[in-house]
Design a protein around this ligand. Structure first.
Ligand code: ATP
Ligand code: MG
Length: 330
């Protein structure tokens, strides 16, 4: 059984990434599972090369510091030759209509085409249309049979499944047919300033986003300013009181306990926010310290990255070669 999960360096890792993904990857990955920093996926909209490079390095360090086994980690661009070749083969297996009907493409290209700096529809990068095929290459290259994803990525895993089946029946059996699985229900962390939205590393306004590398003082400030929807005492009611319920969820995820019962323990917002800030600071402290230490130890991080790249290449090169051979391109 091989599961594959990734995180895109579209911004600095935030508390939701840690509680909803990284912490789980560290705790329950199987021996053959793989986790990767999907830096090539952060290039589908205007991007800054130096920032992309430094965010990818930082994210690798965060993953290691969060406890994800280094031998299961790799950075996507370290496999760019295999993945680039396989993407081309899979683009030649995919119909234009299949890519164009991806909901993410429709939504994101529509948003870009109406924005002035987007340059209209013609200014949308072609990669926004084709990145699900790169994602299929990510999945098929390493032979993943399970890809735990949220609702927004399900359609892309379905595409990978379709392409694997089509390739296998047209040219011969090369690929494992992957399946989208639901990740175990975990904390869905909301933006502290706008609790109707989920916390995101690429959010335009980061006032309500706690980053994994924020200093303790910054975390406390952001938590103190969190929206709590009204001034009656704290109650757990995610539907009608998303702000305070989010704080209680975060507290429960960091310090344990049941969010509804925690509400009774904290009679005022001030006391609750102090408790949340303390819990988040303590939960993130080892991750922050470990990340900063690794970023300081360039040699160690390079060694981890290189070993990860070698292992991931070893696990994918034979499939990519076989696919090229079977389509007549080698
Ligand atoms: P972006 O804004 O670029 O989409 P993101 O913060 O949503 O960034 P992703 O790279 O899309 O992060 O997702 C990485 C992992 O973190 C995924 O497993 C995703 O489900 C999880 N995740 C992201 N945001 C949250 C959140 N607010 N709460 C819980 N899990 C989250
Ligand atoms: Mg996201």
């Amino acid at each position: 059984m091989v599961q594959l999960s990734g995180i895109t360096p579209s911004g600095h890792a935030q508390l939701g990434n840690y509680l909803g993904a990284l912490r789980r990857w560290a705790a329950d990955g199987g021996p053959d599972d793989l986790y990767f920093v999907s830096d090539l996926h952060a290039m589908t909209t205007a991007h800054n090369p130096a920032r992309l490079r430094s965010l990818a390095t930082e994210q690798l360090a965060v993953l290691v510091a969060a406890g994800v086994a280094p031998e299961r980690l790799f950075v996507q661009s370290d496999l760019v030759r295999e993945l680039g070749a396989l993407t081309w083969v899979l683009e030649c297996t995919c119909a234009y209509g299949e890519a164009a009907r991806m909901i993410q493409f429709k939504e994101k290209s529509a948003a870009r085409s109406t924005s002035v700096e987007g340059g209209g529809q013609a200014g949308v990068r072609l990669s926004l249309l084709t990145y699900p095929v790169l994602m299929a290459a990510d999945i098929l290259a390493v032979g993943a049979d399970e890809v735990p994803v949220g609702e927004d990525q399900r359609q892309h895993v379905e595409l990978a499944r379709t392409l694997a089946r089509r390739f296998n029946s047209t040219y011969g059996e090369v690929f494992v047919v992957p399946e989208a699985t639901l990740p175990p229900a975990g904390a869905r962390v909301r933006d502290l300033a706008e609790p109707t939205r989920k916390m995101s590393k690429s959010a335009e306004n980061s006032a309500g986003v706690v980053f994994v590398l924020d200093e303790p003082d910054q975390i406390r400030r952001k938590v103190r300013r969190a929206r709590t929807d009204g001034d009656s005492a704290p109650v757990y009611d995610p539907e009608n009181r998303p702000g305070v319920s989010n704080l209680l969820d975060i507290l429960a995820a960091c310090a344990g306990g049941d969010p509804a019962q925690l509400a009774d323990k904290y009679p005022s917002y001030g006391v609750l926010k102090d408790a949340v800030a303390d819990a988040v600071i303590e939960e993130l402290r080892p991750v922050r310290d470990g990340t900063l230490a690794l970023l300081d130890d360039v040699g160690e991080l390079e060694r981890i990255r290189k070993a990860g790249a070698e292992r991931a290449t070893e696990r994918s090169a034979h499939r990519v070669s076989a696919a090229l051979r079977m389509v007549g391109a080698a």
